[in-house]
Design a protein around this ligand. Structure first.
Ligand SMILES: [Zn+2]
Length: 393
């Protein structure tokens, strides 16, 4: 078993089970105290879990902090079929523990931790937990590609490594995703302005990931599966099927749904987004642009005011662009894309396209709407960070 190469000393029975056995059964046998995941629709539980961890953080001051000392991902040292990487954490006196990242899982199950049981018994690893939260250490997760910290808990002799994902992010119980997909989505969410993300959270918006179209679109909307079986209903988009769509926003249940894998239009190739950081970033920002659009009593893009401004932009564009453009034909799409661009979630190319097409609409969102949720972006900010010729043409 390749994973044992990781550890110079005796493996704990825990690690052995995690590495060899069915980790899902194991998780059930020892349920996490502050589990993030609820039922199919996690709803309230997610909010409670978030508060619990926030509380734990408030008391973190006395807890020792560590950095990751080594990232191990060579297939010669770890079983890459099970683990994406292993993060070595050096403690005092030559002792260490390892946090490992599974290839796939959910927010509460993609990380594990292993330790030497003999060292633990002798008290050579982490100090005894000082309070009820059982938090014994914090590990900076930067080298694992994450902005926050791993929280190490000692739960009756059993260490657990948890990472507090964005409370917007949900991987429902019926599915698992590639852990890189999860981490890249998390990173994208952390790039949202804090107040913007807070507002979406208060509105109970969720970003729901699934392994594939079956576990995401078809799971929530069985009619989509029927439509696809009948050849798709998106005739206005050249016969695209639901399974060709990389991400959707459902304004009724306030869910952004992103399958890790979808089917490329025309080629029928499976596209796996796990390692496509830029695509994930723009998908997350665009879909949440729809969520922001729908976050007021009247959908922003449906107001007379926005419609008027948008039509002015369109009039100016006449003849200069293909009238089949999605943004040209759908106000809501233009709105979502403009918001994503202003917040810095799109590529240079995409930002330039949308901001130059709809400058008046962009200004309305920047000046009037984003400040309503505490997000203030200046024209200079846009020019310096996103599109240098903003409003200059
Ligand atoms: Zn859209």
């Amino acid at each position: 078993m390749k994973v044992s190469k990781l550890f110079s000393t005796t493996l704990t029975p825990v690690l052995f089970l995690l590495a060899e056995g069915n980790k899902n059964n194991l998780t059930q046998a020892a349920p996490l105290e502050n589990t993030f995941q609820g039922k199919t629709f996690p709803g309230l539980e997610r909010f409670q879990a978030f508060n619990l961890l926030t509380l734990a953080n408030a008391k973190e001051t006395k807890v020792p902090k560590y950095d990751i000392s080594e990232v191990i991902n060579s297939p010669r040292r770890i079983d890459r079929n099970k683990f994406h990487a292993c993060y070595k954490v050096d403690l005092k006196e030559g002792k260490s523990v390892h946090i490992f990242q599974y290839v796939s899982g959910r927010t509460d199950s993609i990380f594990g931790i292993s330790w030497d049981e003999k060292d633990k018994t002798k008290g050579l690893l982490f100090p005894e937990p000082a309070h009820n939260s059982k938090l014994v250490a914090l590990v900076n997760a930067k080298k694992a590609g994450l902005n926050g910290v791993f929280e190490i808990y000692d739960s009756e002799g059993w260490y657990e490594a948890k990472y507090k994902f964005s409370p917007l992010l949900v991987v429902p119980e019926h599915t698992t995703v590639n852990s890189n997909f999860l981490i890249n989505t998390e990173s994208a969410l952390r790039k949202l302005p804090e107040k913007y993300a807070d507002n979406l959270f208060k509105q109970k918006v969720q970003v729901i990931l699934g392994k594939n179209v079956e576990d995401s679109y078809y799971h929530y909307y069985p009619h989509m599966k029927e439509e696809d079986a009948q050849g798709g209903t998106w005739q206005n988009l050249n016969g695209r099927k639901n399974l060709n769509v990389p991400a959707i926003y459902d304004p009724i249940d306030k869910m952004v749904i992103i399958p890790q894998q979808y089917i490329e239009y025309k080629t029928n190739r499976i596209i796996d987004s796990s390692d496509l950081k830029e695509e994930i970033l723009s998908m997350v920002f665009h879909e949440l642009g729809h969520a922001f659009d729908a976050s007021s009593e009247v959908t922003h893009s449906d107001t007379d005011r926005f419609e008027e401004i948008y039509e002015q932009d369109k009039k100016k564009l006449q003849g200069t662009i293909k009238s089949s453009s999605t943004y040209y034909n759908f106000r809501r799409e233009a709105f979502a894309e403009l918001t994503a661009a202003l917040l810095g979630g799109l590529s240079k190319q995409k930002s330039e396209t949308i901001l130059s097409m709809f400058p008046r609409s962009a200004e309305y969102i920047r000046e009037e709407l984003l400040p309503q949720v505490g997000v203030n972006i200046t024209i200079r900010d846009v020019r310096e960070n996103i599109y240098p010729y903003y409003l200059k043409n």
